[in-house]
Design a protein. Structure first.
Length: 83
């Protein structure tokens, strides 16, 4: 699920919606009792999710680098061994 969808879903858990072309101004809620989050709320939650995604990617890269170093291999050598 794209990060924008995750952010909006986090702002209104348990509520279903559709959106055209990842444009928050086109959100259509499947429940009439939902207040659409403001653009500022959506942007803040989106940035929060982006930072978390980046942190996870950095942690994976560091873990991979540590493993390669422990094995005494370069990334190219590891790829060659796995091919």
């Amino acid at each position: 699920m794209p990060i924008l969808h995750q952010a909006i879903q986090a702002l209104r858990p348990d509520k279903e919606f559709t959106m055209v072309d990842d444009d928050p101004s086109t959100i259509i809620w499947n429940d009439a009792d939902v207040t659409t989050p403001t653009n500022a709320e959506i942007k803040a939650k989106f940035e929060e999710f982006k930072k978390a995604e980046l942190a996870e990617a950095n942690a994976k890269a560091a873990e991979k680098a540590a493993l390669l170093e422990k094995l005494g291999l370069t990334e190219s050598e590891a790829k060659l061994l796995l091919s």
